[in-house]
Design a protein around this ligand. Sequence first.
Ligand SMILES: *Cc1c(COP(=O)(O)O)cnc(C)c1O
Length: 375
Amino acid sequence: MDFIPVNEPLLDGNEKKYLCECIDTGWISSEGPFVKEFEQQMCITAGRKYGIAVSNGTAALEVAVQALGIGEGDEVIMPTFTIISCAMAVTKTGAIPVLVDSDLYTWNMKADEIEKKITSKTRAIMIVHIYGLPVEVDKILALAKKYNLQVIEDAAEMHGQTYNGKPCGSFGDISTFSFYPNKHITTGEGGMVVTDDEELAERCRMLRNLCFKKDIRYVHDELSDNYRFTNLQAAVGLAQLERLEEFVEKKRWMGRYYSEKLRDIEGIILPMEKEDYADNIYWVYGIVLDKDIRADNRTVQQLLTQEGIGSRTFFWCMHEQPVYQKRGLFVNESYPNAEYLARKGFYIPSGLALTKEQMDKVIIKVDKVIQRVRE
Ligand SMILES: *Cc1c(COP(=O)(O)O)cnc(C)c1O
């Protein structure tokens, strides 16, 4: 039986050609010319002035948070329903994540619940666009202005998405992207920080590279890490970016096709097609079991695996992470919507290499599995 994986990237453009150029010219390290070119191209896509390519999306968040000078004694407001990278970037500096619940249908942080979380220690708000629809950016930017807070935008899942016509990745002080193979644009592993602030960009470049100083090499005032991005990664990234529009169109088509075919299955909630400010880009095609189904997402995932269909459960909430509980963080905190999504949400194959025939098979199997758990 052919197993349909949850994600397969599409690499049939100029990837090979540009990679061969790296080999032929000997430029394989982070000093190669494709890195700058990729940074420039990403800036154009994201509507930003400066781009700093780094080793992955998690590194991009770490560099962004450090560049803003966030540290011990600071609080950063963020969704509890997200990937650990977001919280980790904050806790690594000694700062504390302050969590907010999510909307049951957009899966994004509830903008209206942010204000009551602001204290005298709040330094920043981290926006994370989840699975395909952007966060209510305007409300958050207005709050940030009112309380003089910095804004970090995690746009890892939003290549090519817009909010009210403006590109995701262009909001707040600093934004980050990931190029992991399941993102719209991949470089195998990779990430980028983008900003309009020249000084912040300069700090990011320094943080990316062991905090080397510009004038005297091997003398360090600060510590960071080696977060460099190679010319080989940039070669793949450039080839991918050439096709961003096509990729976004394909993802949107896939999302609509799934929705059309899955609409009549009872017991599941499908992704929202759009909000006033954006059409869903369906980074992944998520499904949430409704209240009448007693089974959880893990059971469904197991059954789908038996049927030859790859899937993933939704994120596990930050306030329920054993590692943070052990440190005494988020004890007795509860965010009911996020907890529900973490237990009842999963996503089905939605990679760019997926064919219509494979999607038709996925649809039949999802129907079968949901019928089984409804019994
Ligand atoms: C994928 C992802 C990341 C992490 O990116 P990596 O490249 O895997 O480190 C961060 N934030 C969000 C929202 C993501 O989806």
